[in-house]
Design a protein around this ligand. Structure first.
Ligand code: F6R
Length: 242
């Protein structure tokens, strides 16, 4: 079941998402958040930081689980999802580093790292999962064709995704790792509540297929049609086809 909010612009989209974030943080004693990298949630993360600076929110009891990490990229590499999250959120709030979880991209045995991550994840339930969506309908790094029942696994990024992420790699898609570790669609579906944010006309097709298209593994986000609490927050451009 989708609740759809079409907000006026990116700032309003971020603000709507931050309202749901605040609700979760206030209603739970020990909130568990699922977080995404990418540019879409940055406005939300800024609002979360502002809340902390203003003394409205503390993250000392919050635990976080990120969706994905590039394979072969060590934590301290500026291109890692870990560095991204540190820079855009974790270092700017009072969260304990040991409460923030991201798969280890430099694990010597990636398959084992996937099992470890999923096993830890299964010990908890994410209260609020934040998602972005790829132009091809990916969520996390679950590219089209990923089985809906997949848990945390090693995935191969499509050319489109590598092109889209080249902006983080000096504009060169060839520098974007070919593989990543990602929570699977089935791992994501365990969250109690999901907020998926999409802005810009490039996302309009993916948003349409997620909500109104047939539920097919060719559009990974369409699995969300089966979740009971998904809020889609978009700007008018991303909502153009729904
Ligand atoms: C999750 C992740 C991806 C992005 C998606 C959209 O950590 O990074 O699933 O959410 O690729 O990316 P942006 O927000 O950059 O358009």
């Amino acid at each position: 079941m989708f609740t759809i909010i079409v907000a006026e612009n990116y700032e309003e989209v971020s603000h709507e998402a931050s309202k749901l974030m605040r609700e979760t943080l206030r209603s739970k004693e020990n909130p568990v958040l699922g977080l995404a990298a990418g540019s879409t949630p940055l406005g939300l993360y800024e609002e979360m930081i502002t809340d902390y600076i203003l003394g409205n929110t503390s993250y000392r009891k919050v635990r976080t689980w990120n969706l994905d990490e590039y394979l072969g990229v060590p934590e301290n590499d500026p291109h890692s999802r870990r560095s991204f999250m540190n820079e855009h959120l974790f270092e700017k709030i009072d969260i304990f580093r040991e409460n923030t979880h991201i798969p280890r991209g430099d694990a010597s045995d990636p398959e084992e790292e996937c099992r470890r991550y999923e096993e830890e994840l299964q010990k908890t339930v994410i209260d609020l999962q934040i998602l972005g969506i790829g132009r091809d309908g990916h969520i996390g790094f679950n590219e089209p064709g990923t089985p809906f029942d997949a848990l945390t696994h090693v995935t191969t990024l499509t050319e489109e995704t590598r092109n889209d992420n080249a902006r983080y790699f000096d504009g060169n898609p060839l520098l974007v790792p070919e593989k990543a570790i990602t929570m699977g669609p089935a791992s994501i579906m365990r969250a109690r509540n999901i907020v998926i944010i999409a802005t810009g006309e490039a996302k309009a097709d993916a948003v349409y297929k997620m909500i109104k298209g047939p539920q097919k593994e060719s559009c990974p986000a369409s699995i969300l049609q089966d979740h009971s609490h998904v809020t889609v927050i978009t700007d008018p451009a991303a909502a153009a086809r729904i």
